[in-house]
Design a protein around this ligand. Structure first.
Ligand code: ADP
Length: 493
C-alpha cells in the first residue's frame, strides 16, 4: 500500500454547524455526530446533527426567501452575476474543497483538485449562462385567443445527496435550481458533510441572499425523511440508492404530493466486441469499475467480452488490475483510495464472499489492503452467471463481473437482464453494431468507445429502477420550473 505525505494536505475544518438563513447555527437538540476519515477510521470532526425541528426552521427560511425575498424576482442576469462570482470562488478554493472530499470520502485528491472541483465551477457557469434564457412560448391555439406559457420556479426544493461525489453532487443539484430561481434546503449524506458546509460559506461570500440556500447535515431516516415528507417543500431532487428513492417517493405521496426526481442505482454493462483494441478496451473496463473505488452509480460492474478476444482480454485485464495502486488518496501515485465508510467496506467484502460461494471464479483481488482504514483490492470475477447476486445487485465497490458472449442478440438480452437502466458502454469499430446495440439497451446514457463521458450539456438520468428526471444539461433546469398557461381572448368586445 502506498503512503502519501498526507499531513501537509489535511485542511483545518472551519464549518461544522448547520447553515440556515445565511448563518452557521447549532442544531435545536444540540446533538452532534462524528464524521470519519476512511483512511484511518478516526474521527475528523463533530458535526451539528439536523433533526426534524431544524429542517422545519430551514424550510421556513427557504419559504420566506421564495415568497418574499429577491431571488425568484431578480432578473436572470442578476442571478447569473452571483453564480459566476461563486464559480470563481470555487476555483480559488479548489485545493481546500478537494482536500475536504479526500478526508471525508476517501476520494483521490489530485483527481478532485484538477478535474472534479474545477468541473463543478464550470457546472455553475453553465447554469449561470442559462439563468436569463428561461422563457415560455407563445401558442397558436385553435380559437381567437392569445395564449402563452410562463416558466416559473417550482418553489422550495429539497436536495438529498449521496456520499460518493459530495462536492460534485452538491453543485449538480444546486446550480440549476438556483438559476431557475428556486430556494432550497440541501441535506448532504451523513458520511460526507464537510464540502457542502464549506460551499454554503462560499454561497454567502458570493452574495446569495440569506434563506435561498440552507444546508442541514443529518441522518437519512431523520433529517432526510423530514425533508421529503415536509408539507411546505415543493420538490425533492434525490440521488442515492433505489431503496431510499422508493421511501422518498412514498413520503412525497403521503404528504403534499411534492414533485420528485430520482437518480438511483445501476448495474451498468460494458460490452466489448471482437474488433476492439484489447489494450485500450481493458483499460476502459478497469477504469469503468475502479474510478472512485467503484463507488459510482454508473460503474461498469458487468463487463461482457466477445469470445474471439476473451482470453487475451482477460489476461490483460488481470495484469492491469494487479498493477493498480491502492493507498493514501493524497499520494499522486495512488489510483484508488479507501471505501467511503465502514458499512460500505463491509458490504463490499460480503458481496465478494457471496461471489465465491455462488461459484464465480475469483481472478484477482478479493482482499483488504493495509491494517487500518477501508481499503479493498481491485476484484475481478469470471464465470459469472446472470442470476448470481454479484451480477444483479449494485455492489458500489471495486468488484467486476466478467462474462464471455458470442452474438449481438445474446449480449443485448444479457445486458438488459437487470432491474436497472442507468448507463451502458459499447466498444466496437463497427457502426452497425454500435447503432443496433445503443438503441436496444434500455438505459439513460450510452457511451460508445468511451466511458464516464459526462458533460454539463449532456442530460443524465435513468431508465427502469434507476429512476427518472435528468441532472445535467438544460433538461435539469426544467425539473426546477413549472409551466403556467395564460389565456386571454384576442378581441374583448
Ligand atoms: P446509501 O445506503 O448508499 O448510504 P442512501 O440512498 O441511503 O444510500 O443515501 C443517500 C442519501 O439519502 C443520504 O443523504 C442519506 O442520508 C439519505 N437518506 C437515507 N435514508 C433516507 C430516508 N429514509 N429519507 C430521506 N433521505 C434518506
Amino acid at each position: 500500500m502506498a503512503n502519501g505525505d498526507a499531513a501537509c494536505s489535511v485542511p483545518t475544518i472551519k464549518f461544522t454547524k448547520l447553515f440556515i438563513n445565511g448563518e452557521f447555527v447549532d442544531s435545536v437538540s444540540g446533538k452532534r455526530f462524528e464524521t470519519i476519515d476512511p483512511r484511518t477510521g478516526e474521527v475528523i470532526a463533530l458535526i451539528s446533527e439536523g433533526g426534524k425541528e431544524d429542517i422545519d426552521i430551514a424550510v421556513k427560511a427557504a419559504r420566506h426567501a421564495f415568497d418574499s425575498g429577491p431571488w425568484p424576482r431578480l432578473p436572470g442576469a442578476e442571478r447569473a452575476k452571483i453564480l459566476m462570482k461563486w464559480a470563481e470562488l470555487i476555483d480559488e478554493h479548489a485545493e481546500e474543497i478537494a482536500a475536504l472530499d479526500t478526508i471525508d470520502a476517501g476520494k483521490l485528491y489530485h483527481m478532485c483538485r484538477n478535474v472534479e472541483v474545477p468541473a463543478t465551477a464550470n457546472t455553475m457557469r453553465y447554469y449561470a449562462g442559462a439563468a436569463d434564457k428561461i422563457h415560455g412560448e407563445v401558442l397558436k391555439g385553435s380559437r381567437e385567443f392569445h395564449a402563452y406559457t410562463l416558466l416559473e420556479p417550482v418553489g422550495v426544493v429539497g436536495h438529498i445527496i449521496p456520499w460518493n461525489f459530495p462536492n460534485s453532487m452538491f453543485y449538480v443539484k444546486v446550480s440549476p435550481s438556483l438559476a431557475a430561481g428556486c430556494t432550497m434546503v440541501l441535506k448532504p449524506a451523513e458520511q460526507t458533510p464537510l464540502s457542502a458546509l464549506y460551499s454554503a460559506h462560499l454561497a454567502k461570500l458570493a452574495g446569495v441572499p440569506d434563506g435561498v440556500l440552507n444546508v442541514v447535515p443529518g441522518f437519512g431516516p431523520i433529517a432526510g425523511a423530514a425533508l421529503s415528507s415536509h408539507m411546505d417543500v415543493d420538490a425533492i431532487s434525490f440521488t442515492g440508492s433505489t431503496k431510499t428513492g422508493r421511501e422518498i417517493m412514498q413520503a412525497a405521496a403521503k404528504s403534499n404530493l411534492k414533485q420528485v426526481t430520482l437518480e438511483l442505482g445501476g448495474k451498468s454493462p460494458l460490452i466489448i466486441f471482437d474488433d476492439a483494441d484489447i489494450d485500450k478496451a481493458s483499460e476502459l473496463a478497469l477504469i469503468g469499475i475502479l474510478y472512485n473505488k467503484g463507488e459510482v452509480c454508473v460503474a461498469s460492474s458487468r463487463v461482457f467480452v466477445q469470445e474471439g478476444i476473451y482470453d487475451e482480454f482477460e489476461k490483460k485485464l488481470v495484469e492491469k488490475a494487479k498493477a493498480w495502486v491502492v493507498g493514501d488518496p493524497f499520494d499522486p501515485k495512488v489510483q484508488q483510495g479507501p471505501q467511503c465508510d465502514k458499512r460500505q467496506f463491509e458490504k463490499v467484502l460480503s458481496y465478494i464472499e457471496h461471489g465465491k460461494r455462488e461459484g464465480a471464479t475469483l481472478l484477482t483481488g478479493g482482499k483488504t489492503v493495509g491494517n487500518k482504514g477501508y481499503f479493498i483490492e481491485p476484484t475481478i470475477f469470471s464465470d459469472v452467471k446472470e442470476d448470481m447476486l454479484i451480477a444483479q445487485d449494485e455492489i458500489f465497490g471495486p468488484v467486476m463481473a466478467l462474462k464471455k458472449f458470442k452474438t449481438v442478440e445474446e449480449v443485448i438480452k444479457s445486458a438488459n437482464n437487470t432491474k436497472y437502466g442507468l448507463a451502458a458502454g459499447i466498444v466496437t469499430k463497427n457502426i452497425d453494431t454500435a447503432n443496433t446495440v445503443s438503441r436496444s439497451i434500455r438505459a439513460g446514457t450510452i457511451w460508445i468507445n468511451c466511458y464516464f463521458a459526462f458533460d454539463d450539456d449532456v442530460p443524465f438520468g435513468g431508465y427502469k429502477m434507476s429512476g427518472f428526471g435528468k441532472d445535467h444539461g438544460l433538461e435539469a433546469i426544467y425539473k426546477y420550473l413549472q409551466v403556467k398557461s395564460v389565456v386571454t381572448p384576442l378581441y374583448n368586445s
